[in-house]
Structures are given as structure tokens and as C-alpha cells.
Design a protein around this ligand. Structure first.
Ligand SMILES: CC(=O)SCCNC(=O)CCNC(=O)[C@H](O)C(C)(C)COP(=O)(O)OP(=O)(O)OC[C@H]1O[C@@H](n2cnc3c(N)ncnc32)[C@H](O)[C@@H]1OP(=O)(O)O
Length: 436
């Protein structure tokens, strides 16, 4: 993709670029300066110069589009003008919406330097980007948010959640489900490949899951550390093989250290393709000698683990996080691709302050399969909601009845809320363990 330039404000230049394998990976190159500018936004240290080529390889593999906003009119002693004052990045990965894998426009690396904040730089980048993503035919945009107050104004709704758990694995820990298969530590040389393969299996069967970027299997395997793309020797990975000998899940973990009591193992990543693989990985974790507590920040909100324990009070929820925020760019394509529960017909009036998708849509579902059509604004709606509320409703992680009770959805027809709850609801919550 060629570099494109335009002006965000009189003194500012916006440049978009993608990375080829032969991109300059030295400290003086535009990639290094972009990466360090992003690090400023998230209070990270400057990148070690020897790490740039590996980060470049990762960004290239993800086919990221990087945006930099440059200010050539800063004081002479300011950080050199090659460092953007704002960063923004996008890439595309599939999201599992049941009946289909939709290409989702992912937004990441959003930063604006303190000297330039609250002048509309984010608004300018995001409104342009959402419009262009829609023009390219992408049905929805997704992101994970640093703060819950930023993205509502751009039409995003919070859609999936995880919880942080602590599990007491002392004597009283016991999984009551029948045993199956085997779980064993794997050699580092096999770990990244197994992590990638197992994640593919998980993603294929998990509603709400988003395909992962290049770094994930490397971090899960310990090939890359959390901060730097160098081996983290403290990370170990165990794989569960089902009764047929097929790899069906993995857990990678890291000991917190002897100074922390109770002695704690922290899960770096846990991915299971079946409920039984999930419980077997926990059986393995519970059997680690000298460990008294396991912590994990990515459990499902409807985690079955406590129901598989002899003493369910071993399981404690320490916090909850939102993960995916969803913004529909094409209502008919996004709603039409998703699978539903039951049958029914509704006219939805969608409000969008950015003007990308506002209008009325008829959603007709027959035995879980949808047909969606935009209709004349004069058609009487059964429910009116903002595009944000539709984003929250979209994956079934938030119920229409909760949105209605919160004043975020207005029903005009009796039973509209109940029907939305039925159609969009799911036996299992949507679950995304990909952050970007
Ligand atoms: C997907 C991701 O990457 S999440 C990471 C987001 N980035 C961070 O948290 C890094 C630290 N923060 C920043 O770099 C900046 O403060 C940003 C990127 C969040 C905002 O950039 P700015 O250029 O200052 O935003 P901009 O001036 O365009 O503001 C647009 C609107 O959002 C509002 N806004 C911006 N940031 C925030 C915030 N943190 N909380 C609440 N409102 C906010 C502004 O008030 C403005 O509102 P209005 O248009 O209704 O008047």
C-alpha cells in the first residue's frame, strides 16, 4: 500500500504506511520512531535497538497499517520531528460469529502525545478510518480499550468480557470430572507451533473469538517475553492430548517467585478446544507441587471450573474486564452473518451520530438463520437503539433486556425486548482471549 498523506490540522501531517520485509529496522528508521512514539503513549520504555527487526517481522506478518501524525513546527529541543505526535494502527483478523468468520477491522496503538491531546487528533484519525474501512466493505470494527470512556462517542459498544480468578490448589483442590487423555510439558522447540495449531481449533469453535496476531504463540511458548522479543526462560508450556492423542489444549505459566505467598503460579495463556481438555489442564495445574495458588486473568465469565470442583470455594473471582468493543460498519452484512436462536422478525431503528449506519433494518430470523434488509425510515420500528447498543448486543454478551432497563434501547412493540433476548442470546457467553 503506498504512503498516503493528508493534513489533520495546518501544521500536522498524517502518514499511513505498511511494512515490507526490507523496511529500515534501525533506530533512525520511521518504523522505530513510530514504535517508540507508541511506547510514549503507553508509558513503556524505549525499545532496545536490537529488538526492532523482530518487531518489524511481527508487524509485517500481521499486515498492520500504521498511522503517524507528524508535527514539523515544534521547539528546537523537542523530540525530533520524525517521532509522530500521534499513532494509530489497524489490521484485519477474522471474528467467529457462529455461522461465519467475519473479517473485522481492528484498531490498535491509539496514542496522542500530551502536548497535542484534546485537539481532535484522535477524532480526526478515527472518523476517517471508520469511513474508509466501511468503504472497503469491512462489516465491523473492533478494539480493546484502555479506558471505557473513549470509544462510545465513535459508536463502539462493549461486547465481550473475561474475569480474573484465583484458584486455591492446596489439599482441598480436586476436580471431580472423569479423567481423560494425558497432559505433559512440551519442548520449547515445539511449543509455538502447538500453541498456534491449538488456538486455531479453539477459534473455530468459539463464538466471539478473534484470530491472533504473530506474537501470541511466541509469547505463549516463551520464545518471546512479555516486554521484549527474547526468550523468557521462566515460561513453561503443557499440552493436553485427548484420548485419541490429538493436542486439544495448552497452558503456559510462570512462577511468580518464592517471595510471594501463597506460592503462586500465574497463567500466561490457556487455550482449550473442548470442555474436557479445559478441565484436564486445570487438573494438571492443581497437581503442580509447591504451588498453592493459580491466578488467571482471562477466564470466561461463565467459567465451568467451579462446578467441576469438589470444593467450589477454592475458586475466587477477583475482578472482571471488558475485552472486545464492537462497532458495526454495515448492519445488514454483520447481522446477516451471525447465527441466532429461534425465529422471529423485528424492525430495528439504529441511530449513529457518525452517520455511517443509521437507518431502519428488518431482521428476519428463521431457525437461527438471518435475512437483513434496510428499509424506509418511515417503517414503524419495534425497537430503537444506538449503534453502540447494537455493538454490545451483537455477540450476545449483553442482553437487550439489560440495555432496555438501562435506557439504551427503547422498545415500541410489546415483546420486542423478549424477542431480542431470545434471538441474540446464547447458551454460552461470547469469549475472546485475543488482545490487540
Ligand atoms: C484501541 C486503543 O489503542 S486503546 C488506547 C487508547 N490510548 C491511550 O489510552 C493512551 C493515552 N491516551 C491518549 O493517548 C489520548 O488521550 C487519547 C488517544 C485517548 C485521546 O486523544 P485526543 O487526540 O486527545 O482525543 P480527541 O481530542 O480527538 O478527543 C475526541 C473526543 O474524545 C474525548 N476523549 C479523549 N480522550 C478521552 C478519555 N481518555 N476519556 C474521556 N474522553 C476522552 C475528548 O474529550 C473528545 O470529546 P468530544 O469530541 O466529544 O469533545
Amino acid at each position: 500500500m503506498p504512503a498516503v498523506s493528508d493534513y489533520t490540522a495546518p501544521d500536522l501531517t498524517t502518514e499511513l504506511f505498511t511494512l515490507e520485509a526490507d523496511e529500515d529496522a534501525t533506530r533512525e528508521g520511521r518504523f522505530a520512531k513510530w514504535l517508540d512514539a507508541e511506547g510514549i503513549g503507553f508509558h513503556d520504555g524505549m525499545t532496545d535497538p536490537e529488538d526492532f527487526p523482530r518487531f518489524l517481522e511481527a508487524f509485517h506478518a500481521d499486515q498492520r497499517v500504521l498511522w503517524g501524525v507528524y508535527d514539523g513546527a515544534q521547539p528546537a529541543e523537542a523530540l525530533d520531528a520524525g517521532y509522530p505526535v500521534a499513532t494509530y494502527g489497524t489490521m484485519v483478523h477474522p471474528i467467529n460469529v457462529g455461522a461465519a468468520q467475519l473479517e473485522a477491522h481492528q484498531i490498535t496503538a491509539v496514542t496522542v502525545r500530551p502536548s497535542h491531546r484534546r485537539r481532535g487528533i484522535l477524532r480526526s484519525m478515527m472518523t476517517r478510518d471508520l469511513r474508509e474501512a466501511k468503504e472497503r466493505g469491512l462489516p465491523l470494527a473492533i478494539l480493546t480499550a484502555s479506558e471505557a470512556t473513549i470509544y462510545g462517542r465513535f459508536g463502539f459498544g462493549c461486547a465481550t468480557f473475561t474475569q480474573s480468578v484465583e484458584v486455591d490448589v492446596r489439599e482441598r483442590f480436586e476436580i471431580t470430572a472423569p479423567r481423560s487423555g494425558t497432559t505433559t510439558l512440551v519442548g520449547r522447540e515445539h511449543a509455538a507451533r502447538l500453541a498456534a495449531e491449538i488456538f486455531e481449533g479453539f477459534h473455530a469453535v468459539t463464538f466471539g473469538s478473534v484470530g491472533r496476531q504473530y506474537t501470541y504463540p511466541r509469547r505463549a511458548s516463551g520464545e518471546w517475553g512479555r516486554e521484549r522479543p527474547v526468550e523468557d526462560r521462566a515460561v513453561r508450556m503443557a499440552v493436553h492430548y485427548d484420548a485419541a492423542g490429538t493436542p486439544a489444549g495448552y497452558v503456559s505459566y510462570r512462577f511468580v517467585g518464592w517471595e510471594t505467598t501463597p506460592y503462586t503460579m500465574k497463567i500466561v495463556d490457556l487455550v482449550a478446544t473442548t470442555p474436557s481438555a479445559y478441565l484436564e489442564l486445570w487438573r494438571y495445574l492443581g497437581a503442580l507441587d509447591l504451588v498453592q495458588r493459580i491466578t488467571w486473568d482471562e477466564a470466561r465469565r461463565d467459567d465451568p471450573l467451579d462446578w467441576a470442583l469438589r470444593d467450589r470455594r477454592c475458586y475466587g473471582v477477583k475482578g472482571a474486564d471488558d475485552v472486545l468493543w464492537v462497532r458495526l460498519l454495515d448492519v445488514a452484512a454483520a447481522l446477516g452473518a451471525r447465527s441466532y436462536r429461534g425465529s422471529g422478525r423485528l424492525v430495528l431503528e439504529v441511530e449513529d451520530s457518525l452517520g455511517l449506519v443509521d437507518g431502519s433494518y428488518v431482521l428476519t430470523v428463521v431457525d437461527g438463520v438471518a435475512d437483513v434488509e434496510q428499509v424506509d425510515a418511515a417503517t414503524a420500528p419495534d425497537a430503537t437503539l444506538t449503534v453502540n447498543a447494537l455493538g454490545s448486543l451483537y455477540l450476545g454478551g449483553v442482553q437487550a433486556s439489560a440495555l432496555a432497563a438501562a435506557g439504551a434501547l427503547t422498545a415500541h412493540a410489546e415483546d420486542a425486548v423478549h424477542l431480542l433476548d431470545t434471538l441474540f442470546g446464547r447458551a454460552e457467553e461470547p469469549y475472546c482471549i485475543t488482545h490487540f
